[in-house]
Design a protein around this ligand. Structure first.
Ligand code: SF4
Length: 303
């Protein structure tokens, strides 16, 4: 006889997910409530929520689920959302995800702004990394961050919510530890007029929960994977952490919490040294030219 499907730990309905850490089963409705409550609490914990909240919106499942949760919480958290999308210019991948983003923004009636690497830096990511796919994620991360800040500033956004989930947080913690660079623990927390504050409402929600939430909300689309994803260290770390989580439930939560504890112990930001600004663009830099200008060639005195 086939096994009976598991039943929700809180009601008599069929479960759609089992929390490996607690062993609890959740049905559709209890999962939705659980995810929305965790996001609500994380937003409540923010000292000051602005009237306008930017959402970094790639069109992928995490940021799409975030738009859906924030729309569901609109009555409890009355902020105006602006979805911010960066078109890096990745052929065979970005066109489709941007179409998905436009569809979802329209579904929820959310204002949507898009800006591209080409508009800002004169070239697409494909053109910048030509022939060196191993550099793609590093360069993409640096340029996308700048692009998002520029777009946010243009829209008057000073706080940006990102779709990073618990798995992402754990991967970042492990990658930071591997790099041996303590400064990375503070990445994205710089205090400067140039940077909007980042918040991560899904920081305590696992990738599986976000994925199922996105499916239940009807915002999950099977989209192509970025062709450069296979070259990233994150992919390797993800694979390892998933295996650890299966054998040792709670690994991801512990890794994410460990980095948070470290950050709390060290203070809100990395002790600032001398403040330098880029000679070319005027953004904060760690040497004469910022990383963006070095990548785009503006940091080369011959240009
Ligand atoms: Fe950018 Fe790498 Fe992500 Fe592709 S996988 S979008 S190159 S960071």
């Amino acid at each position: 006889m086939a096994d009976e499907p598991p039943i929700c730990s809180h009601c008599t309905r069929r479960a759609v997910i089992r929390d490996r850490t607690t062993g609890e089963h959740l049905c559709r409705d209890h999962l939705i409530t659980s995810v929305e409550d965790r996001v609500f609490r994380s937003l409540e914990d923010e000292e000051h929520l602005p009237d306008v909240l930017g959402v970094a919106f790639s069109g992928g499942k995490d940021s799409s689920a975030l738009i859906a949760v924030l729309a569901a919480l609109a009555g409890r958290i009355p902020v105006r959302m602006i979805a911010l999308t960066i078109d890096e210019g990745i052929c065979g991948y970005r066109e489709e995800t941007i179409r998905a983003a436009e569809t979802i923004a329209a579904k929820y009636g959310v204002e949507h702004r898009i800006i591209s690497f080409r508009e800002l830096f004169g070239k697409s990511l494909d053109e910048i990394i030509l022939g060196e796919p191993g550099r793609a994620c590093t360069i993409c991360g640096i340029l996308r961050r700048r692009a998002l800040e520029i777009l946010a500033r243009k829209e008057g956004v000073r706080v940006i919510a990102t779709g990073h989930n618990l798995d992402d947080m754990a991967q970042t913690a492990v990658m930071n530890a591997i790099s041996g660079d303590v400064k990375k623990v503070f990445a994205g927390r710089e205090i400067s007029d140039h940077y909007a504050k980042r918040i991560k409402p899904f920081a305590r929600v696992s990738e599986r929960e976000v994925t199922i939430y996105a499916m239940l909300a009807g915002v999950y689309h099977a989209l192509p994977e970025c062709p450069y994803a296979g070259f990233s260290l994150r992919g390797e770390v993800r694979h390892l952490l998933n295996a650890y989580e299966r054998e040792h439930p709670g690994t991801m939560m512990n890794a994410a919490k460990c980095e948070e504890t470290l950050r709390t112990a060290l203070g809100p930001v990395y002790p600032a040294g001398e403040q330098i600004v880029c000679e070319s663009c005027g953004w904060p830099a760690s040497s004469a030219f910022c990383q963006v200008c070095m990548i785009t060639g503006k940091g080369n005195p011959r240009n």
